[in-house]
Design a protein around this ligand. Structure first.
Ligand SMILES: CC(C)(COP(=O)(O)OP(=O)(O)OC[C@H]1O[C@@H](n2cnc3c(N)ncnc32)[C@H](O)[C@@H]1OP(=O)(O)O)[C@@H](O)C(=O)NCCC(=O)NCCS
Length: 161
């Protein structure tokens, strides 16, 4: 059993260590990190999952970004400890936080990731939305939940003002 809770400042470095473990070295060189530099994550949506002993098993973070004048929520990074993968925890973290994002009025959610994994949550390729290079356009995905809100939302993704 895992408890999902909003991430607090005390969780920050533990989550960083989990991401270091789960992602390839140099993860912070990825272009998506340039959109996060100097911008705090979205409060209340970034979450941690701990087991009954309090051990960190997974985490998800969200940042605000912009496409032109449009506010968009950037999902990620999300990671589950290698010994806990395949138990549904990644899905639980994503579904739980997306539900709260919806409640909080975030209509547009995007991410950079593998469509084969994210399509079950309702994500598909976002045409015409450009992440800072080098990003494979096939990995730029948007949540279809409120599909019409993506109409005419095109161009470069930039850091939240
Ligand atoms: C991606 C990740 C968060 C999924 O967490 P998880 O708790 O294992 O996910 P779930 O248990 O909910 O789902 C597991 C299923 O997703 C599949 N899956 C995992 N990563 C996938 C990927 N990149 N592409 C396609 N399918 C994937 C698994 O094969 C498994 O399939 P199954 O249910 O048919 O066996 C986890 O594998 C992880 O931390 N990976 C390393 C970091 C990472 O790549 N993060 C995502 C960045 S885009």
């Amino acid at each position: 059993m895992y408890a999902l809770k909003p991430e607090t400042t005390e969780d920050w470095w533990e989550v960083e260590a989990l991401y270091d473990l789960c992602f390839a070295p140099g993860r912070e060189a990825l272009s998506s990190y340039r959109l996060r530099d100097g911008v705090p994550p979205v409060e209340g949506l970034s979450s941690v999952a701990r087991d009954s002993d309090g051990i960190l098993a997974g985490a998800i973070r969200y940042w605000p970004v912009q496409i032109g004048m449009h506010k968009v929520l950037l999902l990620g990074p999300v990671a589950v400890h290698p010994t806990r993968q395949g138990e549904g925890l990644g899905s639980a973290l994503i579904r739980d936080s997306l539900a709260r994002a919806d409640e909080n009025g975030w209509l547009r959610v995007m991410l950079v990731g593998d469509e084969p994994y994210y399509k079950k949550f309702g994500f598909s390729r976002l045409d015409g939305v450009l992440m800072p290079p080098p990003t494979n356009p096939e990995r730029v995905l948007g949540l279809n939940a409120h599909a019409p809100v993506w109409q005419n939302v095109q161009g470069k993704v930039s850091r939240s003002a």
